[in-house]
Design a protein around this ligand. Structure first.
Ligand SMILES: *Cc1c(COP(=O)(O)O)cnc(C)c1O
Length: 351
């Protein structure tokens, strides 16, 4: 079996966990502080606030910027439900805009058409590790005075015009779930250039307190553990090499696959290839063909968010619906062996 994804954990991660266990301090502590500092260097030295999950990072960053009841946030429906859940958990309303078909990310023209007097923010998702059209989205956000929040959960290390995702909007959230390009087990991180948003996010993460037992605001417990952060510090060091391997695998697929639409890369983009996602008009047959040869595939996402019961709307999103029927993700994990890549190529190209 060639699995679609698996976390890469080695002796360095093991040693990092041992170090924390030996210290006896398991909750948020010095490892989290060091991880935040190291991640900050990776996103143009913005403030970083580590959290218990990517969803918590999205939720708290929206709360910290003041998004709340009655506000509308424009999000893609072709994403993981966390993108819309975070908006709703703040009491705000997700407004779904359709994607552009090449890169599966928000279509800026349709975002602009979805703006109302209640719109407070635009939340692009860098789906599969390909940055959204951030220059156009930033221009729209500027023109209308809207916040631009990146859901960067799938795009650690992706770049646009030489700049890293996470530093392209007003703020961003990453996830470190085990299937992402780097993991901490469960975990996430908030990135922002705004001192006040960073401070509020820190308060929200920890029961509204900076000084112990002095509660300034209402908060929750969304802290990352030192065990998780110690793993994350190792993974962050390994990320660049892993992403380079993903890109090498993608080049092979780009030049070798037939009978499917391979994913184009926009100008100025360095793709993080969280997923290598092809389109096929007969996606289910393609999956069955690969499954029969022991090759794992994935569909992200078979049911768009606007067709899920809690978010059901009559929004007309034809590109989202089409993508949900056609997409198929192939194995692109960094540790794929040459003969495994050959096997995937041969299986896809088989009539
Ligand atoms: C994984 C993911 C999240 C949520 O991250 P968790 O760490 O699982 O909470 C949010 N948005 C997108 C697009 C994701 O892929």
């Amino acid at each position: 079996m060639i699995p679609l994804a698996r976390p890469l954990l080695g002796h360095e991660e093991r040693a990092a966990v041992e170090r924390v266990l030996a210290s006896g301090m398991l909750a948020q502590g010095p490892e989290v502080a060091a991880f935040e500092e190291e991640f900050s260097a990776f996103v143009e030295h913005r403030h970083c606030v580590a959290t218990s999950s990517g969803t918590a990072a999205l939720h708290l960053v929206l709360l910290a910027t003041g998004i709340g009841h009655g506000d509308e946030v424009i999000v893609p429906s072709f994403s993981f439900a966390a993108s819309a859940n975070a908006v709703r958990l703040c009491g705000a309303i997700p407004v779904f805009a359709d994607i552009e078909p090449e890169h599966f990310c928000l279509d800026p023209d349709l975002v602009e058409a979805a703006i109302t007097s209640r719109t407070a923010a635009i939340m692009p998702v860098h789906l599969y590790g390909h940055p959204a059209a951030m220059a156009a989205l930033a221009a729209i956000a500027d023109r209308h005075g809207l916040l631009l929040v990146e859901d960067a959960a799938q795009a650690h290390g992706a770049r646009l015009g030489g700049r890293p995702v996470g530093a392209l909007g007003d703020c961003a959230a990453f996830s470190f779930y085990p299937t992402k390009n780097m993991t901490t087990g469960e975990g996430g991180i908030i990135v922002t250039g705004d001192d006040q948003v960073a401070r509020t996010a820190r308060l929200l993460r920890n029961q509204g307190m900076e000084r112990r037992y002095h509660h300034e605001i209402v908060g929750c417990n969304a802290r990352m553990t030192d065990l998780a952060a110690a793993i994350g510090r190792v993974q962050l060091r390994r990320l660049q090499g892993w992403n380079a391997a993903r890109r090498t695998h993608a080049e092979r697929y780009d030049t070798s696959l037939h009978g499917v639409v391979t994913p184009p890369v926009a100008d100025g983009v360095e793709h993080a290839y969280h997923q290598y996602t092809v389109r096929s008009p007969d996606r289910d047959a393609l999956r069955a063909k690969l499954q029969a040869r022991g090759i794992g595939t994935g569909v992200y996402y078979p049911v768009p968010i606007h067709r899920q019961p809690p978010f059901a709307t009559r929004a007309d999103l034809p590109e989202t619906d089409r993508a949900a029927m056609q997409v198929c993700s192939l194995p692109i994990r960094p540790d794929l062996l040459p003969h495994e890549l050959d096997a995937v190529v041969q299986a896809v190209n088989r009539p």
